[in-house]
Design a protein around this ligand. Structure first.
Ligand code: GLA
Length: 509
């Protein structure tokens, strides 16, 4: 008899969330706590859309430690209406209506890092119910002021103790999330404490591997390089639905040169790291927008195989990164020159696991030029602190994996009078990949008042929702619809698509 398997080893295998690295925006690196408020988040939502970032796949957006809520005398979390006048549910609705997903922030300890907000300790189940009620889709959970830290009287950390504390605290929050019933991407933020890459795939979807990449407002190249070095070693732990997170992007912040911006983005793409921008999206240079929305680089990051590349060879100050096979059989290769003089590097086909005699095409994802076929390898010249990011394939075609863009993730219906009525509303989703997707499959388990049918028009599909109010009494009804799909080139599952449907049935008066 086969052994009964226990909890899934990879949580995402059940909820289908974040099967490619999450993409979105959090304010921390640029703004710190000030001014995080509803106005900033709404202006950022507008900028995500108008800059083309939403279409490139940046979807999760919301405040970080943005003084969003406090705890009532009765222990319940309440929105800070002074900063977020629509309330946290209202802000979520605003985001969902525009085809984006809602990110919030909390802490596993008693307080958040600056102590400005309550943490979840001893309130795990009520708090996760509150995040579900606010319709959160992505939750970053920090590790400040946790019992694990408070118990250490000495600054010398006890790694074994940390690991037990961190594992238990985050596992309890996972259980609380599951009890609350809303599928939420769970981002663990213990900065590597407790070595989450060893156990957190069954708990959440991504985990910080390092300390903060920047103090608010201060992009710091040397910290970025430190985080890269620490994260690079952990490549074996990453895969679909379980990602190493070396922290938010620093692209577009002051203090980085154009080559550093390009190198940084290339490294995050090569490491299959979450692409959570953190700059001021309302004031971006053309070059920042072009870097953040380079779809060919994003295709490497969002590849459905979910492999984290790593350094295979060093030549002087140049690093050759490979080991990142892509869904169509091609490979991503990065040559990063961390030095102050130009570097000329040979990339050989044996470097990337190929044979000397192979004839391969090379696509440069920054110049958007394809050359080849090349035999044996090629010479790459990289200016100081710049990077060359390549895709290498037997075929001249470089198909793009799907990135999903939706017009909305929220449908709200109102039946104005009692009695049987039919109401209709649609969600349209478009894939920006090279190939058409098979039809989305809607999960069973919808309430009796809701049915969903799917139609396809090339790369777009419409999920048509029909609400029947027959037999319903006055009241508010809610459903979360899940639909699944597969990537047509690799046949691998894609991240599940979820959206909310509300129905208000009005009274007889
Ligand atoms: C920690 C996290 C940061 C940010 C701040 C907020 O330092 O690592 O990413 O969330 O807290 O205070």
């Amino acid at each position: 008899m086969r052994a009964q398997s226990q909890a899934p080893k990879v949580r995402a295998a059940e909820d289908g969330l974040a099967l490619t690295p999450p993409m979105g925006w959090y304010p921390w690196n640029e703004f710190g706590q000030e001014p995080q408020n509803e106005k900033l988040i709404k202006e950022t939502v507008d900028a995500l859309i108008s800059s083309g970032m939403k279409d490139a796949g940046y979807v999760y957006v919301g405040p970080d430690e943005g003084i969003c809520f406090s705890r009532d005398a009765d222990g319940k979390l309440t929105s800070n209406l002074a900063r977020y006048p629509s309330g946290l549910r209202g802000l979520g609705d605003y985001i969902h209506q525009r085809g984006l997903k809602y990110a919030l922030y909390t802490d596993a300890g008693a307080r958040t890092c600056s102590k400005a907000m309550p943490g979840t300790e001893d309130h795990e189940f009520e708090d996760m119910a509150a995040f579900a009620a606010w319709r959160t889709d992505y939750l970053k959970v920090d590790w400040c002021w946790s019992a694990g830290l408070a118990h250490h009287s000495s600054p010398v950390r006890n790694v074994a103790h940390d690991q037990v504390d961190v594992t238990a605290a985050y596992a309890k929050l996972r259980d609380a999330q599951l009890a609350a019933g809303r599928p939420i991407v769970f981002s663990l933020c213990s900065w590597g404490v407790g070595e989450p890459w060893k156990w957190a795939a069954s708990v959440g979807h991504l985990w910080r591997t390092t300390g903060d990449i920047a103090a608010p407002g201060k992009a710091n190249w040397s910290t970025a390089m430190k985080n890269t070095a620490a994260n690079e070693k952990l490549n074996a732990a990453a895969g679909p639905g379980h990602w190493n997170d070396p922290d938010l992007l620093i692209n577009g912040m002051g203090g980085l040169s154009e080559t550093q911006n390009r190198s940084f983005f290339s490294l995050w793409c090569m490491m299959a790291a979450p692409l959570m921008a953190s700059n001021d999206l309302r004031r971006m240079t053309v070059s920042t927008i072009q870097t953040l929305t380079n779809r060919e680089a994003i295709a490497i990051n969002q590849d459905p195989l979910g492999i984290q590349g790593h350094i295979v060879r060093r030549e002087g100050q140049a690093e050759i990164w490979a080991g990142k096979r892509l869904f169509d059989g091609s490979q991503a290769v990065l040559v990063f020159n961390s030095g102050t003089a130009p570097a000329e590097v040979q990339v050989t086909w044996p470097d990337i696991g190929g044979t000397e005699s192979a004839a391969l095409y090379v696509r440069d994802v920054w110049t958007h030029r394809t050359t080849g076929p090349h035999r044996g390898g090629l010479t790459v010249t990289v200016p100081a602190s710049d990077a060359t990011l390549l895709r290498i394939s037997k075929s001249r075609a470089f198909p793009a994996p799907p990135v999903i863009v939706a017009d909305s993730y929220w449908l709200s219906f109102r039946a104005p009078r009692p009695g049987p009525q039919r109401l209709k509303g649609a969600i349209t989703v478009k894939s920006t990949g090279s190939n058409e997707l098979p039809m989305w499959k809607v999960h069973s388990g919808l309430p009796a008042w809701l049915s969903v049918t799917v139609t396809k028009h090339g790369k777009s599909q419409t999920l048509a929702n029909t609400v029947s109010t027959a037999g319903l009494v006055k009241g508010l009804y809610h459903a979360v619809v899940r639909a699944d799909n597969i990537e047509p080139v690799s046949g691998l599952p894609m991240s599940a698509l979820y959206y909310d449907v509300d129905l208000a049935v009005a009274g007889a008066e």
